[in-house]
Design a protein around this ligand. Structure first.
Ligand code: LMR
Length: 333
């Protein structure tokens, strides 16, 4: 009898690690650099809610907002090392991944409007770009929208000459670096989390970003003049570590894909409205003077920034860029 009890106890004990394993959820660490109430922040929380629901708690998504875990460059390294599993960086920050084709998305006035952006990214351009990540050990799951950039400084920026000699913060894009240089400014790459203070203390004079990012980071409080130029587009690619993703059980991966598809739809649905509301909110604070370019100013800025199209064609390849432009510029036709 004693032997039987001992054997039974040993059997239960030997199963203990398995039982614990079966119960402990798969953790997805999702790091990003904006606040919880920016469109991307809301999208990440929506993904958490849906992923945990659809997997019946087998997956837990831990969202780390506002650079609380990693800053821009570090989070990309962390994804490659497997220290985090999911990110949604702006595609302007993809240079360290060596996927230079993403640079084309930063071209000024590439997308005519929100609709042409949406159509292009849902079509072959979006998929073609994701393919470029495959050899980097990264999988693209979806594109999250955050609208068009405004530009600001403590002096009005209305014509190319107004940029002469000022230092602009950029997020990582070689194209933005080039277009600001084309109008006589200098550009400095800086982490998003450092931007407010850098503007406040004069480390940089100006920046570009979307209305929802200005509002949620309070950038309008440290910039006297904002121009609603809408000169370039800010989009995020939600990316995962390929080894992690491919190692998931197929049923779980399917549920996570469904959660991602719905979180993507949600984020893209709220992004435009959030930007409109943010712009109205910024105007209401009266802290910054908001201007829109006249048709003449708009034309002068487009002309000054246009040479950057040749730069990107040289770096990426003219024929690829031609194909790309057919999709993006012809997207509403
Ligand atoms: C920036 O660094 O300006 C943006 O990419 C931040 C973000 O994620 O929206």
């Amino acid at each position: 009898m004693r032997k039987v009890i001992v054997a039974a106890a040993a059997a239960v004990l030997s199963m203990a690690p398995l039982l614990t394993m079966a119960q402990s959820p798969i953790i997805i660490k999702f790091s990003h650099v904006v606040t919880d109430d920016a469109p991307k922040g809301k999208g990440a929380l929506k993904y958490k809610e849906l992923a945990e629901k659809y997997t019946g708690g087998k997956v837990k998504v831990d969202v780390y907002p506002n650079s609380s875990l990693y800053k821009d460059k570090e989070e990309i390294e962390a994804l490659q090392l497997g220290s985090v599993q999911m990110l949604a960086p702006s595609t302007a920050k993809f240079a360290p991944l060596g996927a230079k084709e993403f640079e084309a998305l930063d071209l000024p006035w590439l997308f005519k409007d929100n609709e042409s952006y949406d159509k292009a990214m849902k079509g072959p351009v979006g998929q073609w770009l994701f393919k470029k990540l495959e050899t980097k050990g990264i999988i693209g799951l979806g594109y999250w929208d955050n609208g068009f950039h405004m530009v600001s400084s403590n002096r009005p920026l209305l014509m190319p000459a107004d940029f002469q000699g000022i230092k602009m913060r950029i997020s990582g894009s070689k194209i933005a670096d080039q277009y600001f240089r084309n109008v006589g400014a200098t550009a400095q790459i800086m982490a998003f989390s450092e931007l407010y203070q850098a503007l406040q203390t004069g480390v940089v004079d100006g920046c570009e970003n979307t209305p929802s990012n200005y509002l949620t980071q309070k950038l309008h409080e440290v910039q006297k003049h904002i121009t609603v130029s809408y000169h370039a587009h800010l989009q995020y690619a939600v990316i995962v570590n390929a080894k992690f993703w491919n190692g998931l059980p197929a049923d779980i991966r399917g549920q996570l894909e469904k959660a991602m598809a719905e979180a993507t739809e949600y984020t893209n649905m709220i992004a435009i409205q959030e930007n409109e509301d943010a712009l109205a909110e910024i105007k209401k604070t009266g802290k910054s003077e908001i201007v829109t370019l006249t048709p003449e100013q708009d034309a002068a800025m487009r002309k000054a920034l246009d040479p950057v199209y040749q730069d990107v064609a040289k770096r990426v390849s003219q024929s690829l860029i031609d194909e790309f432009l057919k999709e993006t510029r012809g997207a509403t036709n």
